[in-house]
Design a protein around this ligand. Structure first.
Ligand SMILES: [Zn+2]
Length: 580
């Protein structure tokens, strides 16, 4: 094991309360913005009040949403007009996204968002049943040069003091909090390490961050404000970008293979800490949870259950081996209908497709003539990591579990060694399929990277959920067929109870904060249609259910939608083949 960093950081809120409980600050007006939950901020205000310091401690993360949660009595509110800052070098809509999910939180209020000026404030006009009020909500940000050398406007801590004795302590300045220091030091330690040029550079790179509590569930869908999740996301993608940059690749590259990057972010009431270490893979397989009844599954099944379910389907087994030595299991069943390949778990933190694929295969196995190959979990190493990360934060999106233990997206591999992808290639070879149904998911709640510009770089369109949607890829010669396929499929899927309601609710939130859906709607389902002659099959259907990470009735709906999509697509594909 090599330790790259092991450092503790004073908790900024503690430093501040000690430092400000001072005669010179007595009677002054103090405002601070920190990456802290409400409980710690209120406690700090009380401690300072006992020293006769009039302080207000606010959240540096999503300050406008916190303003409405903590400062506004919305019961008497009728109308809200919010002018959001438009400030270089951030893209125009950045602060509107950061205001999410306010439109839904204020569902009883007539809310209007308009672009404002470059000042770092939201100008808020509130109209109550009897009277009006105007507020300027400060949104502390500063421009920092990130690990790629890009200028990013990012949230930061801030301190304002006015009216101190003789003005000696008056200030209005950036305050780099422990939250920002932990991120900066971890990325610097990794960036400056003398990595060898040859990939993979490590088995696991574990970044343990212990930060102050900052989790708050919101009464809107699956929304949750979480500084731990935001730190996980920013550490994971930033570190992956560091290795892409070293390899001379672009940020949207998916072939970089540094190894498995694992941000392990925990809340602590103790001393904040960052520890970065290169570690070997775990020797033992983690304990497997009890099986779930597949038809009513409200969560992802264990890998052991996936193997058992696949064996029960019958047919000709095939497999590949992952980087960590796990089996990527598949099954092939010959039939007289047009062949399809069904895959799930390519991105292993997207779990609803795993259940949907297995349930669909059970039904297809009973359907006369059905001809298919199935790989329910293409990325078992990521799937195992997802379960481990969920043991600490069950509902986070956990993108560290997205790619393989090499660090790459298995779909992007174009040469040996194939490892996980060998199973998919075998499925195409055995079946000769003309349709590949590739089941995916994406975050079920807001995805942010507050330490590097707020919006998730390269994934801006996924920052806010926009319902269940589809991607149809087709060879140029299949354009007309793809159009019929898309029309019939969306018409069938729109009949699933609760699906259209979910899509309408999420598209409304997306519309208020991110604009029009990026793809045209067919029966309330967004569909992106892409001509792509390089695809292995003339027709590819990719599903995207906002399933990172969900449980209960919503998971049951998600996996049922995934199953119904496979079954409907198989039937429509066969009918279109007959009509040819
Ligand atoms: Zn995916």
């Amino acid at each position: 094991m090599t330790v790259l960093l092991d450092e503790t950081f004073p908790r900024t809120i503690d430093e501040l309360t000690r430092d400000l409980a001072d005669d010179e600050v007595r009677g002054a007006r103090v405002e601070a913005w920190l990456f802290e939950g409400a409980a710690a901020r209120r406690a700090a205000e009380e401690r300072l009040a006992t020293a006769a310091v009039n302080a207000r401690v606010r959240s540096a993360y999503k300050p406008l949403v916190h303003f409405f949660l903590e400062d506004v009595d919305t019961r008497e509110l009728r109308r809200a007009t919010i002018a959001y800052p438009v400030r270089e070098p951030a893209p125009e809509g950045r602060f509107l996204v950061e205001a999410y999910p306010l439109a839904a939180l204020l569902s009883e209020v007539e809310t209007r968002f308009v672009p404002g000026g470059p000042a770092p404030v939201y100008r808020v006009e509130l109209e109550y049943r009897n009277g009006t009020a105007t507020h300027e909500v400060f949104v502390p940000n500063d421009v920092r040069i990130d690990h790629l050398g890009e200028r990013r406007l990012s949230p930061t801590g801030w301190l304002r003091i006015a009216g101190s004795r003789g003005g000696v302590r008056d200030t209005d300045r950036r305050l780099e909090t422990e939250y920002e220091k932990i991120f900066r030091r971890a990325v610097e330690a990794i960036q400056s390490h003398p990595w060898r040029a040859q990939e993979p550079q490590f088995e696991q790179l574990v970044i343990r961050a212990e930060i102050p509590p900052g989790e708050r569930r919101l009464p809107v869908g699956e929304e949750c404000i979480s500084t731990a999740e935001a730190m996980h996301e920013d550490l994971y993608f930033s570190v992956l970008e560091v290795f892409k940059h070293r390899a001379g690749r672009t940020v949207d590259d998916r072939k970089t293979r540094p190894g498995q990057i694992i941000p392990d972010v925990r809340y602590t009431d103790g001393v904040p800490r960052a520890r970065v270490a290169v570690e070997p893979f775990a020797a033992a397989e983690p304990a497997q949870p009890a099986p779930v009844a597949l038809d009513a599954a409200d969560r992802a099944p264990s890998l052991a259950q996936v193997h058992a379910e696949l064996a029960a389907i019958g047919g000709r087994p095939f497999s590949a081996v992952s980087r960590q030595g796990r089996t990527v299991p598949g099954v092939y069943r010959a039939g007289t209908r047009p062949a399809i390949v069904v895959t799930a778990g390519q991105h292993a933190n997207e779990t609803s497709g795993v259940v949907g694929a297995l349930r669909a295969a059970r039904r297809l196995a009973d359907a006369p003539g059905a001809h298919f190959a199935l790989i329910p979990v293409e990325n078992p190493d990521g799937y195992t990591l997802h379960r481990q990360l969920c043991a600490v934060h069950p509902r986070h999106m956990h993108h560290a579990a997205r790619y393989t233990a090499f660090g790459d997206d298995l779909q992007s591999r174009t040469e040996e060694p194939w490892n996980e992808k060998a199973a998919r290639l075998e499925a195409f070879r055995l079946s000769g399929a003309t349709l590949h149904i590739n089941l995916h998911g994406y975050p079920a709640h807001e995805w942010s990277r507050p330490l590097t510009g707020y919006l998730p770089r390269g994934f801006d369109a996924f920052a806010i959920p926009k319902g269940f949607y589809l991607i149809v890829r087709h060879h140029a010669s299949w354009a007309a067929r793809a159009e019929s396929f898309r029309t019939q499929l969306t018409e069938r899927l729109a009949r699933i109870p609760d699906l259209v309601a979910l899509n309408r609710a999420q598209l409304a939130g997306y519309g208020a904060h991110a604009g029009a859906p990026p793809f045209p709607l067919y029966h309330d389902l967004p569909v992106q249609t892409v001509e792509d002659d390089r695809a292995a099959t003339p027709l590819t259907l990719i599903t995207e259910f906002p399933d990172e990470t969900i449980y209960g009735d919503l998971f049951a709906l998600a996996q049922t939608v995934q199953m119904q999509t496979v079954l409907a697509a198989e039937e429509i594909h066969a009918a279109l083949d007959r009509a040819r």
